[in-house]
Design a protein around this ligand. Structure first.
Ligand code: NAD
Length: 452
């Protein structure tokens, strides 16, 4: 099939490459000229496992094309995917500026019927708005065309986005015309990814739009719940890791997404939780549970700084803190809403220096914190430790899981480790001679307050 993908960020590019790889002819459009220039040369510009090779292969095979000229893509396609960003607006609602700008362009340039597929995460009612924008633009050109707008939310996880797109757990098609051409074409397009068992769920548009938010909000709720339990565990002298295993073994709860930590970040959970809260407000139905999920998360992101303050008795001025992990989670270079940014801002505001390292997010870090002269980006995790007074861990990259603890002790001026991802065993860390703070672990409470 001939497909246009508008917006080639984490979602659009992965989707485009995966569709191209099974033989479709995919034209990608982005307004970012530098990004398109790079992609034409096979420079992907974001870190996502297996994406580089997939993009290069499909560019070479002439299946994948990149342009900033939307007319080129629209002329020659049957299906148009909208995959542009929907960042949070000032009041927390999803900012639909980019989505609606694409809808306007579609209406301004198409001259034949097209299927428009909304892949961006958008509030309920957006497909209808997209349809209205397209029709208004068409009317202004005195053209009448039958355009179907369907919702097809994306559920990929950054860090394994290619694998998720190749083997999706579900493919949701939101359409108010399930017998229509759009649904038929999408079923055909997704057939190569729907072989093992039927993963297609066809539903009405509004339910599809809400499903995406409900999924992310449920996952965020699990994390905030667990963080709340972790904080309570510290206060009552329990170990959250034991509690996690205890509840995860219940098949109704399960082990996934119940890891306590220093808060969730990324380009999706924080903004999607806020956007759904805003949707509730618009309906005069305050979503109390999600308000709590959001505020627990905001508070959790300050936890590492609080531990450090405790460790240094409030005296962080002049201290140097080594920080491992800048990305919001492992296997990505995405730093949007990362917990690392919160602790870095708090530390530097308190007069500390930060020496930071991430296996993949160093370039991204330049954009987010390059201007902060109190932050030094270091080439290795060991260089980070040199001359530092404590180590704080924000991201659970594999290479941080079994480090050389003797070396860490030698390089730090004091053996203080603040672990936002619970990578190590508190008892073993104590034996090794560390003052070890982890999230919701009994030992960290004792480290803070030995009289307990
Ligand atoms: P992104 O910021 O990485 O990419 C968006 C791209 O759209 C950018 O390259 C930008 O230049 C481009 N763009 C903006 N306006 C444009 C226009 N008018 N024409 C052409 N291109 C334009 O965003 P992303 O992370 O890929 O997310 C895209 C959407 O998918 C969002 O709604 C997001 O919530 C949703 N989503 C993201 C993920 C994820 O893990 N990142 C997962 C599922 C869903």
């Amino acid at each position: 099939m001939r497909v246009a993908v508008i917006g080639v960020g984490y979602v659009g590019l992965v989707q485009a490459a995966v569709l191209a790889d099974v033989g479709n002819k995919v034209t990608c459009v982005d307004i970012n000229q530098a990004r398109i220039n790079n992609l034409r040369q096979g420079i992907v510009g974001i870190y996502e496992p297996d994406l580089d090779a997939l993009v290069r292969k499909n560019v070479q095979d002439n299946h994948l094309h990149f342009t900033t000229d939307i007319t080129q893509a629209l002329d020659d396609c049957e299906i148009i995917f909208i995959a542009v960003g929907t960042p949070p607006g000032e009041d927390g609602s999803a900012d639909l500026r980019h989505v609606l700008a694409v809808a306007d362009s579609i209406g301004n340039y198409i001259s034949q019927p097209k299927i428009v597929v909304n892949k961006s995460t958008v509030p309920v009612g957006t497909a209808h708005q997209v349809q209205q924008h397209i029709q208004t633009a068409l009317r202004a050109r005195n053209i009448s065309l039958d355009i179907e707008v369907v919702s097809n939310p994306e559920f990929l996880k950054e860090g394994c986005a290619v694998a998720d797109c190749m083997r999706p757990e579900r493919i949701i098609i939101g359409t108010d015309n399930p017998q229509g051409l759009a649904c038929e074409l999408l079923k055909e397009l997704y057939a190569p990814f729907n072989r093992n068992h039927d993963k297609l769920i066809v539903m009405d548009v509004r339910s599809a739009e809400l499903t995406k938010y409900a999924a992310n909000c449920m996952l965020a709720t699990k994390i905030s719940f667990m963080n709340e339990m972790a904080n309570l565990a510290e206060l009552v002298g329990a170990d959250i890791e034991m509690v996690r295993k205890g509840i995860g073994s219940d098949s109704r709860i399960g082990y996934q997404f119940i890891y306590p930590g220093c808060g969730y970040g990324g380009s999706c959970f924080p903004k999607d939780v806020k956007a759904l809260i805003r949707t509730g407000e618009q309906q005069s139905y305050p979503l109390q549970l999600l308000q709590a999920v959001d505020s627990v998360n905001e508070r959790q992101k300050t936890k590492l700084f609080n531990y450090l303050q405790q460790a240094f008795k409030g005296e962080l001025t002049g201290k140097t803190i080594a920080l491992w992990g800048l990305a919001f989670k492992p296997n990505t270079d995405d730093m949007r809403e990362a917990s690392s940014l919160v602790v870095i801002n708090q530390l530097t505001a308190a007069g500390a220096r930060v020496q930071a390292y991430d296996p993949k997010a160093m370039e991204e870090a330049q954009k987010h914190i390059g201007a902060n002269s109190a932050v030094h980006l270091m080439g290795t995790k060991e260089a980070c430790l040199q001359g530092a007074d404590a180590l704080v861990i924000c991201t659970e990259w594999q290479q941080f899981r079994s480090p050389d603890f003797e070396q860490i002790k030698q390089l730090l001026s004091a053996p203080i480790v603040v672990d936002g991802r619970n990578l190590y065993e508190p008892a073993r860390m104590k034996k090794r001679g560390f003052i070890y703070y982890a999230i919701g672990r009994g030992e960290s409470v004792f480290a803070q307050n030995p009289s307990r």
